[in-house]
Each structure stands twice: as structure tokens, then as C-alpha cells.
Design a protein around this ligand. Structure first.
Ligand SMILES: [Zn+2]
Length: 243
């Protein structure tokens, strides 16, 4: 079953829920579980129910309220961990995790066959372990990641980075670092200044403001990223969003 985790209630993040559910119903793709903070979920449910009445047809949907730090079990070994983001309205980020077994330190110098033989003899050779695979920040200042060691330890971090304007940028565009922080968003200065906090293999930057072309963002990344990060940072955008 698909899992749809909402970060917050702004239109550009939650406004498509009913449309998404409608498309799944139309194409007979089966039910979806929607996760959202307990304060937000009833409003989302109301919006969906209004569209069910408008369409005269119920959607296939389940609702699950979440709280920061409390893991939700998804399918199989996957877990979803919400954490607090820092935005202009209450917001969450999420870390997708996987349960695994980790070899106990006292067995780490043994060969594979030796470990197998200990296991057959009934030894518990591993401990349960949670891997932090992917973090998605939603909309947030950089403090969302900086405040949460688990979120920023993920192997892949998908972080918002909305603004790239420098001090010479036209003030009317409101794209510099002060403007980003006033709207509780992340600026490229925040990313560059905190790279040493991230141990991730890949950092995906998203939520590029429509005030920037992708080319502007690519140029800023090319000129500002340290060499060690150039191959690890990706920019996710939706074509020329200045249109
Ligand atoms: Zn927002």
C-alpha cells in the first residue's frame, strides 16, 4: 500500500491530496495511507471528505496521525520517523528507516563460516539496528536538520533550499539569506555553512523558488560547493520554474 506523508499544510505541499486520491481511485490502484501531524490530519481529512461528496464517490484512504520521534511501521522492514521542522507554520520532516541486524562487536573478527557455525549453535550473533536511509525536510530552516541528529545522519538527505540570492541581489526579489530566514526557509548560505554537519552520501536540494532559474542555482552550486561535495549534491527542480 502506498504511504503519503504530509510535512505541513501549505497549499504547495498538501493541496494535491484529494486529486492524488481521485487519480488512484480512477485507475483502480488501491488504498493509500496518509500520515500527518495530529493537529493537521483532521483538516486534511475534512478536505478529502468534501471532495468525496463533490465527486459522489468515496476514496480508498486510511489516515494515521503521527508525533515527532515516534516511528510508524510501514511495509516489511521499513519505518517512518517524523521529526520537527522549523517553518512559518507547524511542520514535520521525515526519515525513512529500515530495521536490520548488526553483527555484535565480539564476533566482528570471525570469518563467515565461523559466524554461521556460532549461529547454528544457538548464539545470538547480532543486535537489532535501525538504519536511517532517507530524510526529507519538507519546508524548514536549516535548524530542522541541525536540531535532529537522527534526521541529519541519513544516508540520503533531501533538503529544501529555496533561495540563492547574494547580498547584491535585487532586494525587491527577496531572495537573500535574510529574506529566506524571514519566511522560515533555507538559503544556499545555510547549506554551504553546515556541510560538515552532514555525513550523507547524497544531498538533494529541492523546493527551488520560482524567483530563480535552475541555471542560476546550478551556477551557485558550481562556484560555492567544496570539491568534496560536488559529486554528492544534486539539484531537484521542475524545469524552468521561472515561467
Ligand atoms: Zn511551506
Amino acid at each position: 500500500m502506498p504511504h503519503l506523508a504530509l510535512t505541513h499544510g501549505h497549499m504547495d505541499h498538501a493541496g494535491g491530496v484529494a486529486s492524488y486520491l481521485g487519480q488512484r481511485k480512477l485507475l483502480r490502484l488501491g488504498p493509500t495511507t496518509i500520515y500527518a501531524a495530529e493537529d493537521l490530519l483532521p483538516s486534511i481529512q475534512s478536505v478529502v471528505e468534501i471532495w468525496e461528496r463533490v465527486q459522489g464517490n468515496p476514496y480508498e484512504v486510511k489516515y494515521q496521525a503521527v508525533r515527532p520521534g515516534e516511528y510508524q511501521e510501514l511495509d516489511g522492514k521499513l519505518l517512518l520517523r517524523p521529526y520537527p521542522s522549523v517553518h512559518s507554520i507547524p511542520a514535520l520532516g521525515y526519515t525513512l528507516c529500515r530495521t536490520a541486524r548488526k553483527l555484535k562487536p565480539e564476533y566482528k573478527d570471525l570469518s563467515g563460516p565461523e559466524i554461521a557455525s556460532r549461529r547454528r549453535a544457538g548464539d545470538e550473533v547480532s543486535d537489532p539496528h535501525i538504519e536511517h536511509l532517507v530524510t526529507f525536510t519538507g519546508d524548514s530552516t536549516i535548524e530542522g536538520l541541525l536540531n535532529d541528529p537522527i534526521a541529519r545522519s541519513a544516508r540520503v538527505i533531501i533538503s529544501e533550499c529555496s533561495f540563492y540570492g547574494d547580498e547584491d541581489a535585487d532586494p525587491a526579489l527577496r531572495t537573500n539569506v535574510q529574506h529566506a530566514h524571514a519566511g522560515r526557509h533555507t538559503h544556499i548560505d545555510d547549506i554551504i555553512g553546515n556541510l560538515d554537519q552532514f555525513g550523507c552520501e547524497t544531498l538533494v536540494l529541492m523546493h527551488l523558488s520560482r524567483k530563480h532559474t535552475p541555471e542560476e542555482a546550478f551556477a551557485a552550486l558550481e562556484s560555492r560547493l567544496p570539491a568534496a561535495w560536488k559529486d554528492k549534491v544534486l539539484l531537484f527542480h521542475h524545469g524552468n520554474r521561472a515561467i
